[in-house]
Design a protein around this ligand. Structure first.
Ligand code: HMG
Ligand code: MG
Length: 302
């Protein structure tokens, strides 16, 4: 077993984490969160999405948030763009990376982006082309690679098909998402193997929601395959509005604790990260979803 020596974390708290929040989170809070995350050493931050404000009202302040960030050199700021309208709207904010998001499940594709998988690829095609022409990196998120809230188990063949379609339109990197957190290590490894038929190990990442408490185990199972990039969410915030009942991504603090405990480098200052998590949890008026942050905060208080 050869584990990676270094891991890259993409912090998705400001986007995946907050998109599902019912209470409006002011742009100033989102900006402050991004600042705290970059100060903690997160070099990749998924900031917001350029989607319909009718579908996801929480992300309607996308331009204001992007404009308010004090950009740090070396940090990659990414945004979600489901169609050309989203990409065009995002360009003023100069994203370093855009994310098109598709699904291995037909029903989830319909519910989340209002079109079939095949239609979504045709929508993404010009988005990818326009982004690449401007030198913007293109990532693809692949939802429901293990299970779907509407269809149940998803076969690896469906994941392989989506990965092939994403590759075919020029997507540079794909995230293998367990949208509803039902995956267990062997199932997640099968979804990763299916993706690896079309993308190299350096061009895939894991995106694990933690609904069933499996996300850390799934992260370890991915590391064992050599996967070294993961999306995580500070304080374990998040969920997708179109995947009811699904909780947040695996907490960034928990993944950092796991990695540092295995002598795997992340470049992240765990104490500062915990403070960032506490900042947003205090604003939302709830306890952090991170077990490691809770334990370390209790220790600090003692
Ligand atoms: P649609 O209704 O099919 O789009 O929505 P349309 O092209 O027919 O346009 C209808 C209206 O939406 C028009 O406005 C457009 O202007 C507007 P109206 O004339 O009715 O006033 N519109 C837009 N407005 C702003 N930005 C845009 C945009 N596009 C159209 N880009 C659409 C299609 C994709 C827009 C819609 O379904 C949508 O916004 N879905 C967003 C869903 C979403 O954000 N989900 C959460 C993110 S994905 C996720 O969390 C999963 C992930 O974390 C991985 C994982 O865990 O699985 C990434
Ligand atoms: Mg997600």
């Amino acid at each position: 077993m050869k584990l990676p020596a270094k891991v890259k974390l993409v912090e998705v708290g400001p986007r995946d984490g907050l998109q599902n929040e019912k209470q409006p989170v002011p742009a100033a809070i989102k900006i402050e969160l991004v600042h705290r995350l970059q100060d903690a050493g997160l070099n990749n931050i998924e900031v917001t999405s350029f989607v319909s404000p009718k579908w996801v009202p929480q992300m309607a302040d996308n331009l204001e948030v992007m404009a308010g960030i004090r950009r740090q050199p070396g940090v990659c700021y990414s945004v979600l763009t489901p169609n050309l309208q989203g990409l065009e709207a995002s360009l003023a904010s100069k994203p370093d990376e855009i994310v098109v998001f598709g699904s291995a499940s037909e029903s989830f594709s319909q519910r989340n982006i209002n079109c079939s998988i095949a239609e979504s690829i045709e929508r993404f095609r010009p988005v990818v082309e326009a982004a690449l022409a401007r030198g913007i990196h293109v990532r693809g998120a692949m939802s429901c690679t293990v299970g779907c809230p509407y269809e149940g188990d998803i076969a690896p063949e469906r994941v392989e098909l989506l990965a092939r379609l994403m590759k075919g339109i020029g997507v540079q990197h794909v995230g293998v998402a367990d949208t509803i957190g039902v995956g267990t290590p062997l199932k997640v490894q099968r979804a990763l193997e299916a993706t690896l038929r079309h993308f190299g190990i350096d061009d895939i990442s894991g995106h694990f929601h933690d609904t069933y408490g499996q996300a850390l185990a799934n992260t370890l199972a991915s590391l064992e395959m050599g996967v070294w990039q993961f999306d995580t969410s500070v304080a374990g915030l998040g969920g997708c509005p179109y995947a009811r009942g699904a909780t947040g991504n695996v907490a960034t603090e928990d993944v950092v604790y796991l990695l540092h405990g295995m002598d795997i480098e992340t470049g992240i200052d765990l104490d500062k990260l915990i403070d960032a998590g506490q900042f947003i949890s205090d604003f939302l008026g709830r306890k952090s979803g991170s077990r490691a942050a809770t334990a370390l905060l209790n220790k600090r208080a003692a």
